[in-house]
Design a protein around this ligand. Structure first.
Ligand SMILES: Nc1ncnc2c1ncn2[C@@H]1O[C@H](COP(=O)(O)OP(=O)(O)OP(=O)(O)O)[C@@H](O)[C@H]1O
Length: 316
């Protein structure tokens, strides 16, 4: 289990794939949850020439409408229909290279459909199959089970139970995800720490809700999603559009929270659609994608100068 692994590595000094974070004395059991949340195993993520090709079915003109006719029962059946689709290969990611270190936030920027989510999946080791090529390494070693146990992935679409409160949601999750070796009291204590870390104290007893039942706000909902992943005390936190649907103040607050997580030694990679300038300033590095290609990778503060140097001056 990730948290125990982190603690184990800090007690016996056995480094699996990163620098030794050992302490001389074993942790006091009473402090275990807070220790788990404060200490984390540093991960430096590097990726080289990441490519992803996908076979996509292209329909001929009229293919779509014949499908609709078939669904409605007015068209040819599977057995007597003429083929209306051909398979084409599409390059979703094309030679993406970059890195992010502990304590840093790397932002993946780009328009819709540019490949941000696909790249995040590749970095989390979730892209498998023949279409994927390139190298992704954590602390100079190939992604392993240990690394994925230390990786938290916050997806764009959350799946939360609308009738549970924030607290119940996290307790339920902690009972399922935390190691059996922790007592229920310790798991609850981890939840307490995560609730305060993510600023969820004032809404801890509010239900999550959905489009039919009023519950927490959009920003709080995003925080619950992050809290969900924070329970396992990840070293690498990957977030897909965590600020989508938030106003600029809520987005800024959320990125401030990500900044404070980074300061505790976590490695953070997040995709973002249209960051405001004050949010942008908080990124240590940015990777700008367009149609699966990298337009820029480097310090956020140097991106403007770079684009100007290649003839694309940006308006304020
Ligand atoms: N399973 C799939 N089948 C077909 N096309 C796909 C699939 N997955 C991704 N794509 C295509 O790959 C491209 C990149 O998708 P991706 O979701 O990575 O983009 P994105 O930058 O995250 O977009 P958004 O900001 O809208 O979430 C898109 O054009 C998308 O249509």
């Amino acid at each position: 289990m990730p948290m125990l692994d982190a603690v184990e590595s800090s007690t016996n000094g056995d480094s699996l794939d990163g620098p030794d974070q050992s302490t001389d004395s074993p942790p006091d059991a009473r402090d275990l949850p807070s220790l788990m949340l404060s200490s984390c195993y540093p991960i430096t993520l590097r990726f080289f020439d990441v490519c992803y090709r996908m076979k996509i079915e292209k329909r001929h003109k009229g293919g779509g409408s014949s499908n609709i006719r078939r669904i409605l029962g007015h068209g040819p059946t599977q057995s007597n229909q003429t083929p209306t689709a051909m398979v084409q290969e599409r390059m979703i990611l094309n030679g993406i290279t970059g890195m992010v270190s502990p304590g840093e936030i790397l932002a993946i920027l780009g328009p819709s459909g540019s490949g941000k989510s696909t790249l995040l999946n590749a970095l989390a080791g979730r892209l498998q199959g023949r279409g994927f090529t390139g190298t992704v390494v954590a602390n100079n070693k190939k992604l392993s089970k240990q690394t994925s146990k230390r990786t938290g992935f916050v997806t764009q679409d959350d799946i939360l139970y609308p009738h549970l409160t924030v607290r119940e949601t996290l307790i339920f999750c902690s009972l399922l995800r935390l190691p059996k070796s922790l007592s229920k009291k310790e798991k609850t204590s981890v939840v307490e720490s995560v609730i305060s870390e993510l600023g969820l104290k004032k809404c801890e007893n509010t239900i999550i809700g959905n489009s039919f039942i009023r519950g927490v706000s959009g920003g709080e909902r995003k925080r619950v999603n992050i809290a969900h992943e924070m329970l396992i005390n990840p070293s690498l936190l990957i977030l897909d559009e965590p600020t989508s649907g938030l106003d600029s103040t809520a987005a800024h607050r959320l990125v401030l929270t990500l900044g404070s997580l980074a300061q505790k030694g976590k490695t953070i990679v997040t995709s973002m659609h249209q960051p405001s300038s004050r949010v942008y300033q908080m990124f240590n590095s940015v990777l700008v994608l367009s149609e699966g290609r990298c337009l820029y990778f480097g310090k956020g503060s140097e991106a403007m100068a770079y684009f100007e140097s290649v003839g694309f001056s940006l308006s304020p």
